[in-house]
Design a protein around this ligand. Structure first.
Ligand code: PML
Ligand code: MG
Ligand code: MG
Ligand code: MG
Length: 253
């Protein structure tokens, strides 16, 4: 069956590359007969976003020609916290458990402060904490990823979790991001002012969902990915942008 990658990005004040403020983005993988519904979903996501009403919106639809890799989602653990400080300290502890030094974790959180200007993720050296992607304000966008139809709902049922579209999208992203040799961890929280949940994820420890990573009303959010220095950055970027990934419950490559 032919599958299509459907990508959306929306901005306010012109296109992103001309300085527009990022409003919303989204990725879907769908069969031909599903494209219309998926596009409607992405349009609604962009047009109803709490970051504002976009004046630029781009949709890209293309046939996937590369073989699709099937992955099972990272295991999810939820940590309930009431304060941002508590959430961020918890995140720091997980990053420490993954072997990152204090200075690198500090730098990672510093990079999170500029995620509002950077559209995609920021790649950081896991030993020095320096930025290594050279993508400027564009950053790195992980795309061509989704759940196989029906699998997220099945997975939620098995996990006794309420289906939540944010979790669905973030877990697909985090699973793809972590699925590359030499990637140590990802730190993320949303850029949506009304969504304060974030996570630290890694292939080894799974997806650690933390219920408060920023204050309500704060529009700063995004992703920092810590990678070992022996990773060839351009190959990893190519993987994130181009390799099609579908998530399926309990199935390995
Ligand atoms: C979740 O686990 O609920 C998602 C957390 C990260 C959301 C990132 C985003 O929506 O931008
Ligand atoms: Mg709006
Ligand atoms: Mg951003
Ligand atoms: Mg967002």
């Amino acid at each position: 069956m032919n599958l299509y990658s459907i990508r959306m990005r929306a901005a306010l004040g012109g296109p992103h590359e001309q300085g527009g403020k990022h409003i919303s983005g989204g990725e879907q993988i769908a069969a031909f007969h599903e494209i219309q519904d998926r596009v409607s979903y992405l349009l609604r996501k962009a047009l109803e976003h709490d970051r504002g009403n976009p004046d630029f919106l781009q949709l890209t639809i293309d046939l996937i020609v590369e073989p699709v890799q099937m992955l099972s989602p990272l295991s999810v653990y939820t940590h309930t916290v009431n304060q941002v400080e508590e959430g961020r300290n918890l995140a720091r502890g997980i990053l420490r458990d993954l072997g990152l030094k204090e200075i690198v974790i500090d730098k990672g959180f510093k990079w999170m402060e500029i995620t509002n200007e950077v559209r995609g993720a920021i790649l950081v050296d896991a030993i020095t904490g320096d930025r290594i992607d050279q993508q400027g304000l564009k950053g790195v966008r992980a795309t061509r990823l989704d759940w196989k139809v029906g699998e997220f709902e099945k997975w939620c049922y098995a996990q006794q979790l309420q289906p939540n579209i944010r979790l669905k999208e973030a877990l697909a992203l985090a699973t793809k991001i972590s699925h590359y040799e030499g990637v140590v961890a990802e730190l993320c929280w949303s850029d949506d002012p009304n969504y304060v949940i974030g996570y630290v994820s890694s292939k080894i420890l799974g997806y650690h969902r933390i219920t408060k990573m920023k204050e309500h009303g704060d529009e700063n959010g995004g992703r920092v990915i810590f990678v070992n220095p022996d990773v060839r950055v351009n190959d990893y970027i190519q993987f994130l942008e181009k390799t099609p990934i579908l998530l399926k419950m309990g199935e390995y490559e």
